[in-house]
Write a protein that binds this ligand. Sequence first.
Ligand SMILES: Nc1ncnc2c1ncn2[C@@H]1O[C@H](COP(=O)(O)OP(=O)(O)OP(=O)(O)O)[C@@H](O)[C@H]1O
Ligand SMILES: [Mg+2]
Length: 496
Amino acid sequence: MLRVEDLSKHFAGVQALRGVTVDFPAGQVTALMGENGAGKSTLIKIVNGDHRPDAGRVLLDERPLDLHSPADARRAGIRVIGQEPEIIPHVTVAENVYAGALPRRRGRLLDRAALNAHVRDDLARLGFEHALDPGTPGSALTPAQRQLVEILRALTGEAKVIAFDEPTSSLGEHETEALFALIGRLREQGMAIVYVSHRLKEIFRLADRIAVLRDGSLVGVRQAAASTEGEIVRMMVGRDLSAMFERPDVPAGEVVLDVRNVTTDDVHDISLQVRAGEVVALAGLVGAGRSELTRALTGDLPIRSGTVSVAGRVLRLRHPGDAVRAGLGYAPEERKAQALFLERTVRDNTSLVILDRLRTLRFIRRGAERAAVREFVGRLRVRTPSIEHEVRKLSGGNQQKVVLARWLARRPKVLILDEPTRGIDVGAKAEIYHIVADLARDGVAVLVVSSELPEVLGLADRVLVMRNGRVAGELSRARASEEAILTLAMGLEGEL
Ligand SMILES: Nc1ncnc2c1ncn2[C@@H]1O[C@H](COP(=O)(O)OP(=O)(O)OP(=O)(O)O)[C@@H](O)[C@H]1O
Ligand SMILES: [Mg+2]
């Protein structure tokens, strides 16, 4: 059993953990829940030897551990699958899995072919053989594949404790199921499992125990079987949440975004329209081409043929700046890599795309800038000591909120959101839904990519389902259901 006792950790301006004591019994899944910035990753990083606690200790089988580095944690049998997978871009999947510890056979390092075969066996054993090829270079991996590399890496060698920090946030349906089956086997083998996720459904399916953190303190631990989603949410946010989806019907206006026969390397002949006041969702399985399409619409991937118009004007999209000037806002899926300046402040990152509006002659109206930033940082409940704090010091979910705050503040004509609530806590999720509804009511045309079906159903007026780089079908709000979407996404229409 793993136990953390009286853990405290302070960062400049922030008390990340305050005297937290939690047991993680062997053979059980203990979920850690809490809002963005509550201290979940900090606890896991201390267990992994990434951070030293200011006070308190970590015990494994009642023995205190002296953890100065992840290597110490690894030797003790602790494995952590982090919130942001660390992948070496210019070496292959197989080499990434065994980075620093290439397997040997009869004292000799395995050659590349043998290493690939070895990793291919591991993948098959875990049920991930279709998701990942051992020879792919790290730089070519999708977020889901990077997550799988982290999991494979963690499972090499002897382990007693395994901690997952939001492992499913970039996985599709199929990989998620494979991961859950894997976690089930690890539990049976008697491992202590720590599991962090913002998805309540997932927690109640997997976890034996749920520990809730708020503002760095432990609120309580519940047996999952004896608790409810409502109770856990109340413990997390300290209040009841009003209904998540309350979207009034808004009559749609003129066509604002008009996509005609767009073809790129990955998507084929896509046509779609979004009207002012309309929220259209793009659903589909991971790899169906949804993110590729949104990236093409915003000038981030080249369009081979077809046109994109905003408010009747055909765009010339050579790079992302063209799209912004034409009134198109885009919060990408991989926010950290694609959208944030980590060394800059929350204010700089948020006001980036509204500066042109805040300028009088050559001067930026700083007061107006701060007010605009504060409004959205406040509405999304970004946990930061001040808006002058560097973004790299924020928790993962709070970094995500900063990118969203930026685009919500700009109120573009067209807003494209790729997985807007990935990694975001329930309270902020509800607020994001409200803001999207407000923007639509004000006449913004919104296109949302989401893998979370309840979110798609709750937000969208229409759902376009993609499959293999094409639009497989369209569902009106009235006809859309989880079943109807999955049927189209998987190409099972003929079988019904
Ligand atoms: N390296 C750091 N420097 C400064 N502050 C930090 C650092 N790491 C974490 N913090 C702060 O500590 C607090 C807890 O962060 P932590 O990453 O543990 O949150 P979390 O519960 O994992 O949130 P999320 O759900 O967003 O991942 C946050 O206020 C965060 O800004
Ligand atoms: Mg975290």
